[in-house]
Design a protein around this ligand. Structure first.
Ligand SMILES: *Cc1c(COP(=O)(O)O)cnc(C)c1O
Length: 497
């Protein structure tokens, strides 16, 4: 049996490769351009590879308004960010050891910044305002005499908010401080002209703009090269900044992807803004829906929304026909609420109930409608299942016992409502808020309560439920809340009916 493919709405994690890009890469790999090493310019094949790479370098440069000589190919934005942050800080350490960045940067910036802290650099991580913007005034206030680098992203990967890098860059330039911007989410989505912007270093990656994974670039403003040192060492390629044999087919694909993006930018931006509005209108009418990053300028292809009264993991688990992400793809493997949404001042529950919907070149209005339908269905279902959907726990008759545990704002909230007669459970209803495991166990337990008495109300132990329903051990704690709700029922069980 083949499972139907879900609808892809995770373009901010990575984009599908454009067929024209795949074709260019295939012909590059299979043809004469793919044979030689671009450094072997003594022969035909090396020169063919070098020519193919230089054409692509021009295409990549053109997308962001750079000169071809200012493009350094890397393995992606993670490496570009590392090269920019580590390379600039270390090369300028003799001038000062203070770095400014923000709390909502991608880990590819935050982790090298942390690394520098271990090397003795002082770091200031600026908070965003509630809409997700970094106020240039707080950047200005953070600059010190020993500040050597500021790194602020152009577009945030979780909420799509566009930062005012023109104003931030102006402040840096006035103080002679190097300015890096991670533009992985911006390149191909919004127009960028690095020569019109006061930016020295900018990271981009192919796989966020319909190119292949594993290739990216760092823009290094001519003149900034001397203030940057490499983080890997070898054969001297890429002006000594990123040695290693250049992957011709990857770079060729990157070039074609940038060329397509540059040509389609204007019309595509307007089309995606329309899809975003359609999505937002469709979801907002549910009520209790918040757009994260609202009030700040945003890229058209990303909408991050939080749903009151809905647990995020259960929401995503119920949306099996959609490929979407909670928080960022890099963080959603853990159940930790997104650090970006927390930095915006969202409480844990709201941060945890967020969905990042991102779409792009191959998304159509009917896809948006499918997503709206599915999300409305799941949010409505989970809200109806939540204990918050009914008036608090009072029994509606003497033959009813109500017990609950957990509560609003907690990770888990369970309520059982038992009809009893002759000292036994006649019927059991439940309400539950929590992760999919918690909901499954609550339902499983509720089904097994009929015919049980007060003294042996729990059908087994949490460890047994976990085993029966394949709940991972680290989630076992949540099942204790189910047990507590049963114990609460037993406590409320009348002495005589
Ligand atoms: C995707 C992304 C990265 C990492 O890019 P890779 O090419 O996957 O290494 C870095 N920063 C931002 C903002 C991103 O969205």
């Amino acid at each position: 049996m083949t499972v139907p493919e879900p609808l892809y709405l995770d373009y901010a994690a990575t984009t599908p490769v454009d067929p024209a890009v795949a074709a260019a890469m295939g012909s590059c790999l299979a043809g004469p351009d793919g044979i030689g090493n671009a450094s072997s310019i003594t022969h035909f094949f090396g020169r063919r590879a070098a020519e193919r790479i230089e054409r692509a370098r021009g295409e990549v440069a053109a997308l962001i308004g750079a000169a071809p000589g200012e493009i350094v190919f890397t393995s992606g934005a993670t490496e570009s960010d590392n090269l920019a942050v580590l390379g600039a800080a270390r090369a300028n350490a003799h001038r000062g050891r203070h770095i400014v960045s923000s709390r909502i940067e991608h880990k590819a910036v935050l982790d090298p910044v942390k690394r520098l802290e271990k090397e003795g650099f002082a770091v200031t991580l600026l908070p965003p305002d509630r809409s997700g913007r970094i106020d240039p005034n707080i950047v200005s206030a953070a600059l010190r005499a020993d500040t050597v680098l500021v790194s602020i992203m152009l577009v945030n990967n979780e909420i799509g908010v566009i930062q005012d890098i023109a104003s931030i860059g102006d402040l840096c330039r006035a103080r002679g401080v190097l300015f890096h911007s991670d533009a992985a989410q911006a390149a191909g989505r919004i127009p960028i002209d690095v020569h019109a912007l006061p930016v020295d270093l900018m990271s981009i990656t192919a796989h966020k703009l319909y190119g292949p994974k594993g290739i990216g670039a760092l823009y290094v403003r001519s003149g900034a090269r001397a203030r940057l040192q490499p983080i890997v060492f070898g054969g001297g390629q890429e002006n000594g900044l990123r040695p290693g044999t250049l992957p011709t087919h990857q770079i060729a694909g990157f070039g074609v992807a940038c060329d397509i993006a540059r040509r389609s930018l204007g019309a595509e931006g307007a089309r995606l803004a329309g899809l975003r509005e359609r999505l937002w209108q469709g979801l907002a009418s549910l009520g209790g829906v918040h757009a994260n990053g609202e009030g700040a300028p945003c890229v058209p292809g990303i909408l991050n929304v939080s749903f009151e009264g809905v647990e995020g993991e259960s929401l995503v688990a119920g949306l099996c026909e959609l490929a979407v992400s909670t928080g960022s793809a890099c963080n959603s493997a853990s159940a930790e609420p997104s650090y970006v949404l927390r930095a915006l001042g969202r409480d844990t529950q709201v941060a945890q109930s967020s969905l990042r919907l991102s779409f792009g070149r191959f998304s159509l209005p009917q896809h948006i409608d499918v997503a709206v339908e599915a999300i409305r269905r799941e949010v409505t279902r989970l809200r109806a299942l939540s204990p918050a959907s009914e008036p608090a726990g009072a029994p509606s008759s003497p033959a009813q016992v109500v017990g609950e545990a957990g509560g609003p704002g907690r990770e888990v909230w369970i309520r059982f409502r038992l009809s009893i007669g002759d000292g036994l459970v006649k019927a059991a209803l439940f309400k539950a808020y929590g992760c999919p495991h918690t909901l499954a166990v609550a339902a499983w337990v509720a089904e097994r309560l009929r015919g049980r008495g007060r003294a042996d109300l729990a059908p087994g132990t949490p460890a047994e439920w976990a085993e029966a329903l394949a709940v991972p051990v680290e989630k076992l704690g949540r099942l204790l809340v189910v047990e507590d709700a049963l114990a609460d029922c037993a406590r409320h069980w009348p002495e005589r009916e």
